[in-house]
Design a protein around this ligand. Structure first.
Ligand code: PHE
Length: 490
């Protein structure tokens, strides 16, 4: 008998927990600001409606119908499609390896928040790059492994292991805290942020619509990839999670709820980030656009500096890094669970705990490369290549197999037979045409750009690692898929 979530609510919690993650806090606010504030929300919402929600429905439906993780679900449709699941899992594993390192940085800052003065107070830039990362000049110089980082990484993986060691049973308990907690902490930060001097300027800056970039491909690509990453689509996570629902669970409302909760958290995070940055700009008398950054620098350089200017700086830093840690935790263990589910679909005899332990141990070991002095460069490269290619490819293949082989209509009939809100033929069009065509365009434009100009001007030898993590899994999947006879058991 397959394990089951205790209730529909728990399922919603785990799916929201996976979607809501570091991406909401450090990527969304920055992208919104960079691509025209309020004007960015329009493409974002369109991408959410025509790609995010239909794909979320699709992943929920496949997992729930087939009652298997990503590999098994596609394998049921046809043996030669099982490698799509494999690609999803590999991408997920790659992401979780570096994602946990970022959580490790949060752990270091979390501990640092107890010190007075704060360890980064004198120079946040130097603290992050030199003390925490011990960064080298470029990806060709590996530097040495940071001991504190390795310990932090180990702590992160131990936490993850204890979240997943009993599979659905332990996740169902942890999620009751790990999903709502960051929402609550972020609300605390929200009230702190909006009551700061200068907050209004910061927030106006964030949301002021600027339509001048509206037609740029960059903006639409950014909106699309953000929707994809933020909703944890294409990693086999939502498929694995949905496979622990009973076959008669309602689908559409769950999917819409998860998408809306994720977007709500992103917007909330924007108010926090820009409220605080507005205050910092005021206090330091610098223009806001000088202090805004995305990625690691936002969360680990600019933001800690901004927080250190507040009264009770230690407390607010603690809250902020605890939020980051918990935002990341349920996203990270969702990836582990996606892998564990797939392994246990095949080898049912191995205990959940054993698989969880092996996956966590391998995850920890694979993360070590990101704890070296060149770790940040590797992280950036692997993140770019996995998200731009493998993930998008999984999205395209999922749509083609469901839309054209299994039949979008057939899956829609199933979805409507169990859901309280029905979906119309529009969904078939999205899955058969809109999503695969849009994602293919995105993939081709990205490919063209990466071939024309080396990503972030990294040396070719370093970019080779990026191409390798794309090409090797795709080659394995292709050989695997093509060597199977096409026989369907669905
Ligand atoms: N959705 C997560 C975020 O926004 C990222 C993520 C993607 C996490 C895939 C797990 C798996 O941060």
């Amino acid at each position: 008998m397959r394990a089951r979530w205790d209730s529909r609510l728990i399922f919603l919690f785990v799916a929201i927990g996976s979607a809501v993650g570091l991406g909401n806090l450090w990527r969304f606010p920055y992208l919104t600001y960079k691509f025209g504030g309020g004007a960015f929300l329009i493409p974002y919402l369109i991408a959410l409606l025509v790609i995010g929600i239909p794909l979320m429905i699709l992943e929920f439906a496949i997992g729930q119908k087939m009652q298997k993780g990503a590999i098994g679900s596609f394998g049921t449709i046809g043996k030669r499609f099982a490698p799509i699941g494999f690609l999803a899992i590999i991408a997920g594993f790659g992401v979780v390896a570096y994602y946990c390192v970022v959580m490790g940085w949060s752990v270091i800052y979390l501990i640092g928040s107890f010190f007075s003065p704060l360890p980064w107070e004198a120079n946040t830039q130097q603290y992050f790059f030199n003390n925490v990362l011990q960064i080298t000049d470029g990806p060709s110089a590996m530097g040495s492994i940071g001991v504190a980082l390795v310990i932090a990484l180990a702590l992160v993986w131990i936490s993850i292991y204890f979240c997943v060691f009993k599979g659905v049973k332990s996740i169902g308990k942890v999620i009751l805290i790990s999903m709502p907690l960051p929402f609550i902490l972020l609300l605390v930060l929200f009230f702190r942020a909006i009551t700061l001097d200068g907050a209004v300027e910061g927030i106006t800056y964030y949301l002021k619509p600027n339509f001048s970039l509206f037609l740029s491909t960059d903006l639409w690509m950014a909106a699309l990839t953000q929707v994809f990453f933020s909703l944890s689509l294409g990693f086999g996570i939502m498929i694995a999670y949905a496979s622990f629902n009973s076959k008669s669970q309602s689908i559409t409302r769950n999917a819409v709820t998860v998408c809306l909760a994720d977007t709500a958290l992103s917007l909330l995070a924007g108010f926090v980030v820009f409220g605080v940055l507005g205050h910092m700009a005021l206090v330091q008398n610098v223009p806001i656009d000088k202090v805004v950054e995305s990625g690691p620098s936002l969360a680990f350089v600019v933001f800690p500096e901004a927080l250190s200017l507040l009264p009770l700086a230690g407390l607010f830093s603690f809250i902020f890094f605890l939020t980051l840690f918990f935002l990341g935790l349920d996203s990270a263990f969702s990836l582990v669970e996606a892998v564990t589910t797939v392994v246990r679909d095949t080898w049912k005899k191995i205990a959940v705990g054993t698989v969880a332990f092996i996956v966590s141990a391998v995850g920890f070991l694979s993360g070590l490369i990101f704890t070296t002095g060149a770790g940040l460069y590797f992280l950036d490269i692997i993140d770019h290549f996995l998200n731009s290619y493998v993930l998008i490819l999984v999205g395209i293949l999922q749509c083609i197999v469901i839309g054209w082989v299994y039949g979008a209509k057939k899956l829609r009939m199933y979805i409507n037979s169990v859901s309280s809100s029905r979906i119309g033929v529009w969904w078939d069009y999205c899955i058969k045409w809109v999503v695969p065509i849009t994602l293919s365009l995105l993939l081709l434009i990205q490919l063209y750009r990466d071939i024309q100009t080396p990503y972030e001007s990294y040396p070719q030898s370093a970019l080779a690692i990026g191409w390798a993590v794309v090409i090797i899994p795709i080659a394995i999947a292709a050989v695997w898929g093509l060597s199977q006879k096409s026989k369907s058991s669905a």
